[in-house]
Design a protein around this ligand. Structure first.
Ligand SMILES: O=C(O)COP(=O)(O)O
Ligand SMILES: [Mg+2]
Length: 232
């Protein structure tokens, strides 16, 4: 089924939602388990975007080093703590809800995150966003994750969309890499958990506030709108 609408695919952490405080809570539960010192939420902001295991690996590296065995031991602690505290301090970034409302009139909206899909769905439900997205794909939904193009193609297909009329909005190298691999226009949010200098991420447009997104989409992805005009 093709909806005949453009499909706008959003990354979750660092793009739609500031999840770093609750991710830091889970990270610090793991660090306490290993007798390490805790890390700050700001430090965790630089560790998100490539899945929980990579976040944990960075936290362990920063506090004395980690082995694969420690990651195996820490992973259930991280996921259990995070799952029970997923929306304690996590909040949508400024402007997100009103812009999603506006875009929903003209496009199918989807989420493609490297978070485990069950946790992504739980966070989205906790925010009261259960009806906003045509499809949600997580880092464990397919054998590969962003920056591979496959999850992007898959979430667009599940949304009833067409890759030729899609755009990717994200905050990290995994998002921009996936968009490039899929040959889909990209918008980078520079307020997110950037893991590289903005210029290195080679986005088609960069925005510093979510309210700039409709204009950025008109600029970066003019061909995905049937009228050619873009979203209001
Ligand atoms: O690293 C994660 O767990 C998820 O990050 P993402 O939502 O930015 O893909
Ligand atoms: Mg992100």
């Amino acid at each position: 089924m093709n909806t005949n609408k453009p499909c706008i695919v959003f990354d979750l952490d660092g793009t739609l939602v500031d999840t770093a405080p609750d991710l830091a809570g889970a990270m610090n539960a793991v660090l306490r388990h290993f007798g390490r010192s805790e890390v700050s939420t700001d430090a965790v902001r630089r560790m998100v975007g490539h899945g929980a295991r990579r976040t944990m690996a960075e936290g362990l590296r920063l506090t004395g080093g980690g082995t694969d065995a420690m990651l195996d031991e820490g992973q259930p602690i991280f996921l259990d703590h995070y799952g029970r505290n997923i929306c304690v301090e996590s909040r949508p970034f400024d402007g997100v809800e009103s812009v999603l409302d506006r875009l929903a009139a003209d496009a199918a909206l989807a989420v493609c995150t490297n978070k485990p899909v069950a946790l992504a769905e739980k966070l989205i439900a906790s925010l009261g966003w259960g009806d906003r997205f045509a499809a949600i794909l997580g880092g464990d939904s397919l054998p590969v994750r962003k920056p591979d193009a496959a999850p992007l193609y898959e979430v667009i297909a599940r949304s009833g969309g067409d890759p030729a009329r899609a755009a990717m909005i994200g905050d990290s190298s995994s998002d921009m890499g996936a968009a490039r691999a899929a040959n889909i226009p990209s918008v980078l949010v520079s307020y997110g958990y950037l893991d590289a200098p903005v210029a290195d991420l080679r986005a088609d447009a960069v925005i510093a506030h979510f309210a700039e997104l409709p204009a950025a989409l008109r600029r970066a992805a003019p061909s995905i709108w049937s009228t050619g005009a873009g979203p209001a």
